[in-house]
Design a protein around this ligand. Structure first.
Ligand code: C2E
Ligand code: CA
Ligand code: CA
Length: 722
């Protein structure tokens, strides 16, 4: 069994100056050991080739002294094997040969020996010899390391170089192929071959600069793109300089080229993130705005129209709810592709009249599910409709889904530049408004923006449509609020207040819809309904033994409608209500619109037996003079005067109104009584009637009936006699 014996230091701590002496002669080993130890080396020994290989692997000596003639593996073979091993490739090997002939020296070098020494060995100088070899080897090692480091650095930096000679020939190291992403056979041999690899658009610039460099001009640095064989691309940054000979003539152009694809891609990613929608990959709002500005400049210059289309899917939320987020996302991505393909389609391009598309046409995703399309060369505004239709058709095709395909439709709104606006935000908003109109009409269609479509107008439009249906659908309800005699607390009247049960918005109070009803004329049928309903209710109360008055609010439109008197009379007749139990509440401003007509109408109403009240007294003209002319029965002090009573300055006004009214023989109603102090004050001042939350809120008819029954029980004796 071959063995290596280590003398001196332990095997674990690898000393820096370890020499392995390989010789089959124990005496030779002993002499070598002694002389080397004296020279400060740490010595290991091996008695044959096998042991030497094992010792080298294990002990990693810095240098090997190797005898040539040994049994088994001889020195040459051992040397060869050492050199083949990774760890033995660079070890200095000093061959000890007793054969003083050229052939063995030649063989020793051929086997990979670093140097040789002849036996008999001069032991005195062996130490120095080894010392010298070690130093040389460490220099070589140093050089090798720094070369390796350079190669590593180049590899890490994805850096390589080439040289270009004035005759157009190039010299490229093999590793250039790796850096440039080329196959080995693609490495350029000439400038023309290099240029072939470069992106077509950038080729002229690169050509120019390299040719100039060959003429001695400083080429500087630039970046360009290489087209790879398998279809990819590689971005390369090139730093080059001109190398000259002593006479100043150009020898070659050297260039260090670096693969900067990753940096380019990172930069591209950043650009993508700030300019593109992450989900669909389409340009985002920011890029849309920028592109719009460019398009606007040329539209202005050439006096062209543009159209901005706002597109989204009608039932996308349903997709999200029932099919989940992933399907929604894939639908949105597919939508982006389809809208894009609609615009790209050559079919459209070949039909200029039906929406010609230009280079500047543009699709973007404004986030969420809102897509916008800009058509920049619109011959006629109508042409946008053709595109909208195509987009609609295209999106109506089923989308892939699991397990079943997803069927959706899209709505499109169109705003035209400059007619509907000149600013991109205005146009986006208007197109979107138009789109909502399209949706309100059932979706799967397109609409052009028109000025009646701004948001408030739209809301009104919707409300109006609902209001028109509300009567026939029985969505109105008449509520009642009690009016009490201040002194007795007796329930003597009720004000009828209309409510609307809006199918989507719930219960609406009058201020939300009366003004609109007045404006669009719906107040007439509604008002008539209220009067009839109120009369019927009051007739019911009378039949139940509680003859209350019912007060109904009239609006100006009703008052001026000409048939008011007849309508109200008819309602009274139909309900079988005594006219004196119906009181009409009118505002001063209503009466002042046409004083003479008002006086006449009021006279006829009075003549028919109805009672009249001035509502909201104090906020309008507050003219008691007129009140006498109108011949009204009652006035209701506006509830704003109740605030702070009895401690506020309103006290004087309320007091004065009550006393003046009394002198004119008018009854006074205090409206909006919420606090006991207010009630006490009104009672002290002799206010005839009170109404307010303190005494009863407006309530549905059934509740009011229940209140009445309760009231009758409490005041039974009075009711029986009255
Ligand atoms: P109004 O004629 O002044 O009716 C009294 C309003 O004051 C009612 O509001 C009532 O709920 C509220 N109110 C009553 N007591 C109090 C209180 O103690 N504190 C406060 N803060 N408010 C109180 P509502 O029902 O919202 O009616 C608002 C207005 O709508 C009415 O004002 C009336 O001008 C109009 N209106 C109601 N029904 C009809 C109708 O059938 N036809 C017409 N043309 N207008 C109506
Ligand atoms: Ca009223
Ligand atoms: Ca009022």
């Amino acid at each position: 069994m071959p063995e290596a014996r280590l003398l001196g230091m332990g095997a674990d701590a690898a000393p820096p100056r370890r020499v392995l002496v390989v010789d089959d002669e124990p005496v030779m080993r002993l002499l070598a050991r002694e002389s080397l130890r004296k020279a400060g080396f740490d010595v290991a020994e091996a008695e044959d080739g096998e042991a030497a290989l094992a010792a080298c692997r294990e002990l990693q000596p810095r240098i090997v002294l190797l005898d040539v003639k040994m049994p088994g593996l001889d020195g040459f073979e051992t040397c060869r094997r050492l050199r083949r091993a990774e760890w033995g490739r660079h070890i200095p090997i000093l061959m000890m040969t007793g054969l003083d002939d050229l052939e063995s020296i030649r063989l020793a070098y051929k086997a990979g020996a670093t140097d040789f020494v002849n036996k008999p060995i001069n032991w005195l100088i062996l130490g120095q010899r080894v010392e010298y070899m070690l130093r040389a080897s460490s220099d070589a090692e140093e050089l090798r390391l720094s070369r390796a480091r350079l190669a590593d650095a180049q590899r890490i930096a994805r850096l390589a170089y080439w040289e270009l000679y004035p005759d157009g020939q190039m010299r490229c190291p093999a590793r250039l192929a790796g850096v440039l992403g080329l196959d080995d056979d693609q490495l350029p041999q000439t400038l023309d071959e290099l240029l072939e690899l470069i992106d077509f658009d950038q080729r002229p610039a690169v050509t120019r600069s390299l040719r100039a460099a060959l003429d001695g001009e400083d080429p500087g640095s630039f970046e360009y793109r290489l087209k790879l064989r398998e279809g990819g691309e590689r971005w390369v940054r090139q730093e080059s300089e001109v190398r000259r000979d002593d006479s100043g003539a150009v020898v070659c152009v050297t260039a260090a080229v670096q693969d900067v694809t990753q940096r380019k891609q990172a930069a591209e990613k950043i650009r993508m993130l700030s300019y593109f929608d992450e989900l669909t990959g389409l340009p985002n709002r920011r890029s849309f705005v920028e592109r719009f500005e460019q398009a606007r400049i040329s539209a202005r210059r050439y006096g062209r129209s543009m159209a901005l289309l706002s597109v989204d899917l009608d039932q996308l939320n349903r997709v999200n709810d029932t099919l989940g987020h992933t399907v929604r996302e894939s639908v949105l991505r597919a939508t982006a592709e389809r809208v894009l393909s609609t615009l790209r389609s050559s079919d459209v391009l070949s039909r200029p009249a039906a929406g010609a598309l230009s280079q500047l046409d543009f699709v973007a995703c404004l986030g969420g599910d809102e897509f916008v399309v800009l058509l920049t060369e619109l011959a006629r505004p109508q042409d946008a409709a053709a595109v909208a239709r195509r987009i609609g058709d295209c999106l109506a095709q089923p989308f892939e889904g699991e397990p079943d395909p997803v069927f959706l439709t899209a709505s499109t709104g169109i705003a035209v530049f400059p007619g509907d606006g000149e600013e991109v935000e205005d146009l986006i908003q208007r197109a979107s408004t138009a789109k909502h109109h399209a949706k309100a009409q059932g979706g799967n269609c397109y609409r052009y923006f028109d000025s009646s479509m701004n948001a408030a107008a739209f809301e009104r439009l919707q409300l109006e449509a609902a209001l028109r249906r509300a009567l026939e659908r029985g969505e109105f309800d008449l509520w009642f609020q009690p009016l009490l005699e201040t002194a007795s607390g007796k329930l003597v009247a009720a004000e009828a207040l209309v409510r609307w049960h809006h199918p989507e918005r719930g219960l609406l109070r009058p201020h939300r819809f009366i003004p609109l009803a007045e404006e669009v004329g719906l107040i007439l049928p509604l008002g008539e309904w209220v009067v009839r309903q109120a009369c019927a209710a009051a007739a019911g109360w009378a039949r139940a033994g509680l003859p209350l008055r019912v007060a109904v609010n009239l609006s100006a439109r009703q008052f001026e409608a000409g048939n008011l008197v007849a309508t109200v009379k008819q309602a009274l007749d139909d309900a079988g209500l005594e006219p004196g139990r119906l009181e009409l509440e009118l505002t001063e401003s209503l009466l002042m619109r046409d004083l003479d007509a008002a006086v006449g109408t009021l006279a006829r109403l009075r003549a028919a037996g109805m009672k009249l009240a001035i509502d909201d007294f104090g906020v309008g003209y507050s003219s008691l003079n007129y009140l006498t002319r109108f011949g009204v029965d009652r006035l209701k002090i506006d509830r704003s005067f109740m605030a702070g009573l009895p401690d506020s300055e309103n006290r004087g006004i309320v007091r004065a109104v009550i006393s003046m009214a009394r002198s004119l023989n008018l009854q006074v109603v205090g409206e909006g009584v919420e606090q006991p102090e207010q009630l006490a004050f009104l009672e002290r001042e002799g206010c005839d009637l009170v109404q307010g939350y303190l005494l009863g809120r407006p309530m549905p008819a059934d509740d009011f009936d229940a209140l009445l029954a309760e009231h009758r029980r409490r005041t039974a004796p009075t009711a029986a006699t009255g």
